[in-house]
Every structure is written in structure tokens, then in C-alpha cells.
Write a protein that binds this ligand. Structure first.
Ligand code: DPN
Ligand code: CA
Ligand code: ZN
Length: 315
């Protein structure tokens, strides 16, 4: 376990991490958030690309590449000790799949969820949209398992189907919950596009967003600033799967590296990359493949994801 960033003392006291194979534990009063190795996230993206290539070039709802993506992630989580289930739904005459994974332990009345969509559009393999969020979530989940983290709050992950057709899978999941099951959800973090080739470092704005959480926004921002990365708030509105949770009153947040809109000169000065060019010129196109990834962005967004999740489950 690499020791990197100190978490708030309250979080550290509440969370007991058991370092596996580490010679020394974190010093008292600190708990290290993991530095997620970006190479591991890239390896998952390589597998998702292979799945698309072997299944007609995409991982879309109703196509075999989506189910194969679910099976890949589920097998990794099962082997790591997660309790997983596949939730089926029907849309547009095809069966859709959500993958839900629970890390055993923690307070069942205080549940933190993190998720993102695993389907692509029909046009291509969807490696940035949203292989990146999906692969990052998988690697953070595997790190929790490797560290055998004993959480204070209960931790659950979700990989949604049919987001590209209108947030179908995440909405189905939220609608399937009883009001008691909804009320124990204390936060939902969404990751949809984190490796854009001309990247931005956006954190979902909590203002003007129903159920947007200032606390989650602040933690995600801290995750980036701990690595020296400046962020901007962005109004994602109802454009991704957090929307279903927000409608149910669950506090939401997330990060985003940008899609079809154009990077400004000020943003290029701050973040590098090319002003006047889209954050992701291959958004929803066949060229959203393994080559369509900025590795630094993938690394930073995934590390901020880990920082935030580790902070929340221990607090
Ligand atoms: N929802 C994304 C898509 O799948 O097309 C794009 C997006 C993600 C837009 C996050 C805004 C924020
Ligand atoms: Ca990293
Ligand atoms: Zn997306």
C-alpha cells in the first residue's frame, strides 16, 4: 500500500485499514488514501476495448459487448470478495443489465455509493465514455479489497446499463429501491468520462443542482488539490446517472473531464491541452477507442475518486 495523502483525522480514527504486505502501518492520526496505479486502470480499458472489438465494435445496450463488459467486471469483483448481483431490466425490446457490488461490512444504515455507466453508444467502443469511469471504479473497488479496508459506512458500487438511451439503468435501480433503502443512501458519486484526450478537471457543481452536495463537491475538489490540480465546477444537470439519485433526494457529486464542448484559452493555460478544440473530439464516435485517452487525466480523476471514497467510508 502506497502511503500518500493524509485524510482528515476524524476519518482516520473511524476507519481501520489493514495494510496487506506492508512493513509499516500509517502513523497514528493519519490514514493514507491510495495512489491508484493508472496502469491498472489502463489494463481494464484494454480489456473493454478487446470486448468491443470482439463484439461488433461497441458495448451498447442490447448488444453482446455490454453483457461481456458486465461479466468482466463482475468476475474481478467476485474474485476480490465483493457481493455482486446483476439486476436485469427491459428497454427497447432488449434486456439491460446493472451490476451492483457491495463490499461486506460497515453500517447498513449509512451507505455510500459510487457508480458510472458501462454501456457505450452504438457508434463505437466507448472507451472514454464511459470505459474510464467504469475502469476507475473497478480499480478503486479492487484496492479496497486488496487493503481489506474495514469501513465505518457501508460501501456499494454500481455499473449502469443503458445510460446512453436516457439514464435507463440507473433510473431502474433507484426506482427498485424501497423508501427505506433510499433513505440509507448518504451519498452517490458519479464518474462519467475521466480520460478525455484534451482534458478538463471538472467537479459537479452542487449549486443549482437538485440534491447536489456541497460536502461531496468539496471532498472531490480536495482530492484534486492534494495532487496540485486546479478544478472548475460544472453544471452537468441531468446528463448522467447521478440524476436518478438526485431525484430521490440522495446527495450527489462527481467528476468529469469534458465531452463535446470546446476548451477555452483560460482552461488551456490552466490545464494544458489545446484551446478551441473539444475536450473529447471523439465523443460518441467510433474513434472513442483505446487511443482516445489522456493518461494523466485518467490517473488524476481516478486518484480523486479514491481520495473521496476513502474519506467518506471512514468518516
Ligand atoms: N452523459 C455523458 C454521455 O454519456 O454522453 C456525457 C456527459 C457526462 C455529459 C457527464 C455531462 C456530464
Ligand atoms: Ca495514481
Ligand atoms: Zn457517458
Amino acid at each position: 500500500m502506497k502511503l500518500r495523502r493524509a485524510l482528515p483525522i476524524a476519518a482516520a480514527v473511524a476507519m481501520v485499514a489493514v495494510p496487506v504486505g506492508a512493513a509499516t502501518a500509517a502513523s497514528p492520526g493519519t490514514l493514507a488514501a491510495p495512489d491508484i496505479p493508472v496502469a491498472n486502470v489502463q489494463a481494464h480499458l484494454g480489456q473493454l476495448q478487446t470486448i468491443a472489438t470482439n463484439n461488433g465494435g461497441n458495448r451498447a445496450h442490447g448488444r453482446p459487448g455490454h453483457k461481456a463488459s458486465v461479466d468482466y467486471i463482475k468476475a474481478k469483483l467476485d474474485a476480490a470478495g465483493y457481493t455482486t448481483r446483476i439486476q436485469q431490466f427491459s428497454y427497447n425490446g432488449a434486456t439491460g443489465y446493472n451490476l451492483i457490488a457491495d463490499w461486506p461490512g460497515g453500517d447498513a444504515n449509512n451507505v455510500i455509493m459510487a457508480g458510472g455507466h458501462l454501456d457505450s453508444v452504438n457508434a463505437g467502443p466507448g472507451i472514454n465514455d464511459n470505459g474510464t469511469g467504469s475502469a476507475g471504479l473497478l480499480e478503486v473497488a479492487l484496492t479496497v479489497a486488496k487493503d481489506q479496508v474495514q469501513t465505518s459506512k457501508h460501501l456499494r458500487f454500481g455499473w449502469w446499463g443503458a445510460e446512453e438511451l436516457g439514464l435507463i439503468g440507473s433510473t431502474y435501480y433507484v426506482n427498485s429501491l424501497t423508501s427505506a433503502e433510499k433513505s440509507v443512501l448518504k451519498g452517490y458519486l458519479n464518474f462519467d468520462m475521466t480520460g478525455s484526450p484534451n482534458p478538463g478537471y471538472f467537479v459537479y457543481s452542487s449549486s443549482g443542482q437538485p440534491s447536489g452536495s456541497q460536502a461531496l463537491e468539496n471532498l472531490l475538489k480536495q482530492g484534486f488539490s492534494a495532487a496540485g490540480v486546479q478544478t472548475e465546477p460544472t453544471n452537468v444537470g441531468g446528463r448522467s446517472d447521478h440524476a436518478a439519485f438526485a431525484r430521490a433526494g440522495v446527495p450527489t457529486g462527481g467528476t468529469f473531464s469534458g465531452a463535446e464542448t470546446t476548451k477555452t484559452q483560460a482552461q488551456a493555460t490552466k490545464w494544458g491541452g489545446t484551446a478551441g478544440r473539444a475536450f473529447d473530439p471523439c465523443y460518441h464516435r467510433s474513434c472513442d477507442n483505446s487511443g482516445n485517452i489522456n493518461t494523466t487525466s485518467l490517473d488524476r480523476h481516478t486518484d480523486a475518486m479514491a481520495y473521496t471514497i476513502y474519506s467518506l467510508i471512514g468518516a
